[in-house]
Unconditional design. Structure first.
Length: 233
């Protein structure tokens, strides 16, 4: 089981053409320079933008197929989406934001505890920090019990401590995930830390050579310097 992606789209300054597979319980990290097309790729997976051609499917469920004319609405794709900019409901508390996505109080409490924000349950989004908002947003996305979890640079605006905490929390939670996770970042350290499969995206295409151009620190473990790269098909 997993997410199969085969997408083509011609844009004004970029032609996207990618193919990859993300098994359930694994994280595919789309990493590359800004403007490479990473966010557009996951927006197409989410149904927020339409490809010109290709197919998106989760196991046998087809979300998009250009030949057959299938294009499911976003709400029918059973996905969770965490944006770079937090999108919590400002009039709801942290707990209410998470419960809104699940209606199961026990599940909401479990997620808040895992991301160490149980003590903020009764606060509204304007009363908590940026890092705490992103923790809540991730809880909200996971509470939907998604088949596909899309993370669009959710740590990029956070301080080092919050980034480390969220990386560790996601890695620990990964053992329990029953979804395919696509994680977009331009930060190679985030990609290497979280990704089971690294998919370097340059100019809308998979460019494995981009990884070999990265300059690693002398303190970077050799196992990290040689990540498992995705094989496009």
């Amino acid at each position: 089981m997993g997410l199969t992606v085969n997408l083509q789209r011609k844009m004004a300054f970029l032609n996207i053409d990618v193919s990859f597979f993300c098994p359930v319980g694994k994280i595919v990290a789309l990493v590359g320079p800004s403007g490479a097309g990473k966010t557009t790729i996951i927006r197409m997976i989410a149904g927020l933008e339409n490809p010109d051609g290709g197919e998106i499917k989760f196991s046998d469920d087809v979300h998009f197929n250009s030949k057959s004319g299938i294009s499911l609405a976003t709400r029918k794709r059973k996905l969770g989406y965490v944006f770079q900019d937090c999108t919590l409901f400002p009039h709801l508390t942290v707990f209410q934001n998470v419960v809104f996505a699940t209606n199961r109080h026990s599940e909401a409490k479990k997620l808040l505890a895992h991301f160490s924000i149980s003590h903020l349950a009764n606060k509204r989004s304007q009363e908590i920090s940026g890092g705490e908002k992103q923790r809540c947003a991730i809880c909200q996305a996971l509470a939907r019990n998604p088949q596909i979890l899309l993370l669009d640079e959710p740590f990029s605006a956070l301080d080092v401590i919050n980034r480390r905490f969220l990386r560790a929390s996601m890695k620990e939670l990964k053992r329990e995930l029953r979804c395919s996770v696509i994680y977009v970042t331009h930060d190679i350290n985030d990609a290497l830390s979280l990704g089971d499969i690294i998919l370097p995206i340059v100019d809308g295409k998979v460019e494995q050579g981009w990884m070999r151009e990265i300059k690693y620190s002398e303190h970077t473990p050799m196992a990290v310097r040689l990540p498992k790269l995705a094989i496009a098909y």
